[in-house]
Design a protein around this ligand. Structure first.
Ligand code: HEC
Ligand code: HEC
Ligand code: HEC
Length: 134
């Protein structure tokens, strides 16, 4: 009546399918984004000055907000200079300031954005930095 062989094969396939997500999640965990900071412009900075316009933690959380503020201050208020909380001054420009240091858009901005599936539309108008193919 019962076909023992088929049941066992069925069980093996069933257990395999259940285990599949665990096998893949192990891989996924190591594919976390690693934004690269080794651009020529950043490497030119002395090691003690190798910093962003604000602290790394702040930039990680708030860079989108800061970019919106920069745009509003430039486009609406006609300002050009941003004074950071440490007193350093920067020209408020996506292309000429952010992307001058972070000239590796694909290995930096996109590295995180692809992971979190965000697609900023900025590059419809703003020019992407030229990147060397590795
Ligand atoms: C003077 C060069 C320079 C400029 C200009 C600059 N950055 Fe950075 N940025 C850095 C460096 C260096 C770090 C790494 C800081 C650290 O490790 O403390 C960094 C870190 C970051 C991080 C965090 C990365 C991470 O691994 O968590 C983000 C996001 C970021 N920058 C975005 C921007 C944006 C957006 C702008 C323009 C508003 C900008 N940066 C302007 C040099 C720069
Ligand atoms: C450490 C990871 C990380 C890096 C590096 C990074 N971003 Fe982001 N960015 C994010 C995350 C996460 C979001 C989505 C945040 C949210 O939805 O609250 C985001 C959102 C944005 C947004 C808003 C997009 C939207 O549709 O709301 C802009 C603009 C942006 N990033 C620009 C940049 C630029 C330009 C760079 C490179 C200079 C950069 N980011 C580098 C993680 C990163
Ligand atoms: C429809 C076209 C368009 C899109 C899309 C766009 N911008 Fe802009 N942006 C402009 C124009 C035009 C200016 C004014 C240029 C100037 O005054 O030099 C500007 C100015 C800016 C400025 C200040 C000046 C500069 O040179 O950077 C920032 C910062 C900025 N935009 C950020 C962003 C960010 C971040 C995004 C994506 C979330 C974005 N923009 C999307 C057209 C656009």
């Amino acid at each position: 009546m019962y076909n023992g062989g088929k049941i066992i094969i069925g069980l093996i396939i069933f257990v395999g399918l259940i285990a599949l997500p665990f096998v893949f999640s192990g891989k996924g965990a190591s594919a976390k984004p690693e934004p690269k900071l080794d651009t020529p412009e950043i490497l030119k900075l002395p090691e003690t000055e190798r910093k962003c316009v604000e602290s790394k933690e702040y930039m990680k959380r708030e860079h989108m907000k800061l970019l919106n503020e920069w745009r509003d201050w430039v486009v609406r208020d006609g300002l050009t200079i941003y004074t950071s909380s440490s007193g350093k001054q920067y020209t408020m420009s996506l292309q000429n300031t952010c992307m001058k240091c972070h000239s590796n858009k694909t290995k930096f901005c996109d590295e995180c954005h692809n992971y979190t599936a965000v697609k900023p539309y900025c590059w419809d108008c703003h020019i992407k930095p030229k990147e060397k193919e590795l």
